[in-house]
Design a protein around this ligand. Structure first.
Ligand code: UDX
Length: 466
């Protein structure tokens, strides 16, 4: 892509990257790998067999499967692979992964089985077990945080939330402001899915934060014009070098998709007037009850706007056949298209797209910002409520559905953003934010400089020459 800083290295250094095996984490890690490759580094990707990346799309990388290689290893073989249960793997891999990673790094670093020599290890922040393994080889470990800086600061505050009793508040306090993060409501931090600093999620995030603090640096998929204050605060509180760059502006995430993309709708999309189609997608993992699915469907149809809706086959809980819950084939009418999975960035960049009804996953949020598309935010859990709040209440490039999925609220939000005169302000701010992002990528801009610093930093590591 244009506006890339100079390539300073001559593919004589290798970077090992290790993504968490879920779509929202694989995408940014593979985008980062492409960015570093374009800057002259050789790339090795460590991955699990569960949700293994599509290696064919990356002939220039070396791939190595670790952790769950042995199908008879009972620690991994009986874990759920679908739905929310699949996330239990995160805990199991963190618990048992150290030996396998140590053995793999020994092959590469001590026995010299990987050429060229290794500069550093970059792992997903959630892979907290990797820090002590990297330390045992004196190998610098950088963390890739796949969510926003703001979200990281919130996760780092879980012990404070716990001590101040937020998790024990009853439902009359859901709309209260969170004193430590005034933009947030109590319901937003309850939706993180954590109820104590000592429950499984609280401990996972505590370990993530602790081992990120112990790392050699943090790479953020964001940009400083969006999260400048958070950047200052993270740099101050954590004393670890931070590098902030918007990955989707360098490489799309489509080559790391775990699902096949449908492209058959593009001729239809091409025929739609500019800014007239609502794109609807709830990411790779969220699921809804049948009644919610129907509320969304009615809300979309009642808005009378054209829409392109991604409905993954497992999107509706307990639904065995795709779309069985819709009233009838004619229900969507001429204006609505439903597809299973799309090349999302390409869709968001399409001139016909006028807004995005999203679950506010961080990748989707940033991809939308990159294309200047206004958002209607309907988060499930985790970082999504935080992203939604920032987009609607701080940047004002979207609106939040405050009450889950109710057809009237969905219809009125779509109308507000896409039809009413007031929506033009939201659309305009989305365009301005995109412009700021674009400027940050030009030579001398913050994102441009951040990439230069990252390349210089990785190049400065003492290379293990075996
Ligand atoms: C999860 C969390 O939900 C998210 O909040 C966290 O920040 C990362 O992990 P996910 O729910 O999948 O991710 O959402 P998101 O972060 O938005 O990532 C979805 C990815 O799938 C995006 O890169 C998007 O482009 C891609 N996608 C989505 C497609 O390629 N096709 C589609 O049809 C829909």
């Amino acid at each position: 892509m244009e506006n890339q800083p100079r390539s300073t290295v001559d593919r004589n250094r290798r970077v090992i990257l290790f993504p968490l095996p879920f779509q929202g984490h694989i995408n940014p890690m593979l985008q980062l790998a492409n960015i570093l490759y374009s800057q002259g580094f050789s790339i090795t990707i460590l991955h699990t067999n569960f949700n293994a990346p599509n290696t064919c799309n990356y002939p220039h990388f070396t791939f190595k499967a670790i952790l769950d290689n042995d199908p008879h290893d009972e620690r991994y073989s009986n874990l759920p692979s679908q739905g929310f249960g699949a996330f239990s793997r995160i805990f199991v891999f963190n618990q048992y992964g150290a030996d396998a990673l140590r053995e793999e790094l020994k092959q590469m670093l001590v026995l010299g089985k990987d050429e060229p020599p290794v500069s550093c290890l970059i792992t997903d922040g959630i892979w907290y077990f990797t820090q002590s393994v990297a330390d045992s080889f004196n190998l610098p470990r950088l963390v890739l945080r796949t969510s926003s800086l703001f979200c990281f600061l919130v996760y780092a505050s879980i012990p404070i939330f716990d001590n101040r009793g937020y998790y024990k508040l009853d439902s009359t306090h859901l709309e209260d402001q969170v004193a430590e993060f005034p933009v947030l409501k109590v319901k937003d931090i309850l939706k993180l899915g954590i109820r104590s600093k000592n429950d499984a999620g609280g401990e996972l995030m505590g370990n993530m934060v602790k081992q990120t603090k112990a790392s050699a640096g943090i790479i953020w998929n964001s940009f400083k014009e969006l999260e400048g204050l958070e950047f200052e605060r993270v740099s101050h509180d954590f004393q670890v070098p931070s590098f902030v760059l918007p990955f989707p502006k360098h490489f799309t995430s489509s080559s790391s998709s775990l699902l096949e993309h449908d492209r058959t709708f593009f001729p239809w999309l091409d025929q739609q007037p500019p800014n007239s189609v609502l794109y609807v997608s709830f990411g790779s993992a969220g699921q809804v009850e049948e009644k919610d699915f129907l509320e969304i469907a009615h809300g979309l149809v009642d808005s009378k706007q054209s829409f392109l809706w991604v409905v993954r086959p497992d999107f509706v809980k307990g639904s065995s056949t795709w779309l069985e819950t819709l009233p009838d084939d004619q229900f969507l009418g001429e204006k609505g298209r439903i597809v299973k999975w799309v090349p999302q960035q390409e869709v968001l960049a399409h001139k016909a797209i006028g807004a995005f009804l999203t679950h506010s996953g961080w990748n989707s949020t940033l991809e939308s910002v990159c294309e200047g598309v206004a958002m209607i935010c309907s988060p499930f859990w985790g970082d999504q409520p935080l992203n939604a709040r920032c987009m609607s209440d701080v940047w004002k490039v979207g609106v939040c559905l405050e009450n889950g999925w109710q057809r009237e609220e969905i219809t009125s939000a779509i109308t507000r953003v896409m039809v009413d005169e007031g929506g033009e302000g939201i659309q305009e701010r989305a365009r301005v934010l995109k412009q700021k992002l674009d400027v940050s990528l030009i030579k001398g801009g913050s994102s441009f400089k951040s990439l230069e610093s990252l390349v210089d930093y990785i190049s400065s590591f003492h290379v293990n020459k075996n």
